[in-house]
Design a protein around this ligand. Structure first.
Ligand code: PLP
Length: 382
């Protein structure tokens, strides 16, 4: 079958797996237990991975902190500012209604701690209007937290413009780069930000590890504190034993992304062209959610007229991994809050699926399996 759910999790790269197996087999130490060579070796592996991540992002190794994934990184970036907010009296946070729950729910929870929040809606194109974000900035704005690429639509957000403005205004800027890290490499390098999150498994690393980048300003890190009590690992930002093999895998996936991202863009673009070609030749009635011109090359949010996404997913389940991007089980269907925020009708949302792929997606397999999917969709159309 064909796996078209890379935005949920991308298959691990063989070279990443080899790196991790070597660590599990041969480097058994705790990177913070340094009374022997085992610990020193583990520390060496962790610091090498930190350099690999830093190199991909164009930051210094001292600005990279390992976490359990983007969810935790987002939580630290937002909740970890509480003490500073109390000290500075800045208690206003701006985010958008299309963020991943790891940002949206965290920001919402800050209300109970006395924060004021502004949640900005996107345009129908799926993009946020930078002016709408910037017009909400106030004297007491502490943080703006926005994603780079939306996980459901693939729409790329104008973070560079927003970043420059916020830098001028001295407002902290956090980017959830989970869907863009390792893909839109130059764009991230060119954007001013204070904090950035991602998970390794979206760029063909292992699940369960991620990064929080904290950019220094005049040698000082952003004023975040740990949100868990524990040891001093990751310089106090993230307590808990560092999972050396996962971290090594994360570093390796970044190293690979750095050397392949330009090529990967061409490959994912070719897959997209193939999908659009298959849709065109099939004669099925289709359209895309979000403006294609702003869409990253590995994602499409596709509306098939009259075809229930649930019925389509169930009928193609055993050979085609697609999703409708929402927490949906057959028992409880919740229409996508992202598509809803873009102003799409409930009927349209019900007929929409997300497909996402990678540079290694097999075009020949795609042709056979996606054609099968289209045939099923035609039968389901009403
Ligand atoms: N942010 C975005 C944009 C995502 O797409 C995801 C994963 O789907 C996350 C955060 C959370 O990542 P994880 O579940 O690895 O913590």
């Amino acid at each position: 079958g064909i796996y078209l759910d890379y935005n949920a999790s991308a298959p691990i790269d063989e070279a990443v797996l080899d790196t991790m197996i070597d660590v599990y087999r041969n480097h058994i130490g705790n990177a913070d237990s340094r009374t022997h060579d085992y610990g020193d070796q583990a520390r060496g592996i962790v610091e090498n991975a930190r350099k690999q991540v830093a190199s991909l992002l164009g930051v210094s190794a001292g600005e990279v902190f390992f976490t359990s994934g983007a969810t935790e990184s987002n939580n630290i970036a937002i909740q970890g500012l509480e003490a500073y907010a109390v000290r500075s009296g800045k208690k206003h946070i701006i985010t958008s209604s299309i963020e991943h729950k790891a940002v949206l729910e965290t920001v919402k929870a800050m209300v109970t701690k006395g924060f004021e929040i502004d949640i900005v809606d996107p345009e129908q194109s799926g993009q946020l209007d930078p002016d709408k974000i910037l017009s909400r900035v106030r004297e007491d704005t502490l943080l703006v937290s926005l994603m780079h690429v939306n996980n459901e639509t693939g729409i790329i957000q104008p973070i560079e413009k927003i970043g420059h403005f916020l830098r001028e205004k001295n407002v902290l800027f956090h980017i959830d780069a989970t869907q863009s890290c390792g893909k839109l490499v130059d764009e991230l390098r060119n954007t001013p930000y204070d904090m950035l999150s991602f998970s390794a498994h979206k760029l063909r690393g292992p699940q369960g590890v991620g990064v929080l980048v904290l950019r220094k300003k005049k040698y000082k890190l952003p004023p975040v504190k740990a949100i868990m009590y524990g040891g001093q690992q990751e310089r106090g930002i993230r307590p808990g034993t560092i999972p050396v093999a996962l971290v090594a895998g994360c570093g390796k996936s970044c190293e690979l992304a750095e050397s392949t991202y330009a090529d990967n863009r061409i490959k994912t673009q070719a897959v997209r062209d193939c999908i659009i070609g298959l849709l065109k030749e099939s004669g099925i009635k289709y359209s895309f959610n979000g403006a294609l011109e702003y869409c990253i090359s590995n994602t499409l949010n596709l509306c098939l007229e009259g075809v229930s996404s649930e019925a389509l997913m169930i009928s193609t389940k055993n050979y085609c991994g697609i999703s409708n991007g929402s927490a949906c089980t057959s028992k409880n269907y919740a229409p996508s809050y992202v598509l809803t925020a873009m102003g799409l009708s409930p009927e349209r949302i019900e007929n929409s699926v997300r497909i996402s792929w990678g540079p290694d997606t097999d075009i020949n397999l795609l042709k056979t399996d996606f054609r099968k999917l289209i045939d099923i969709a035609k039968m389901l159309a009403q």
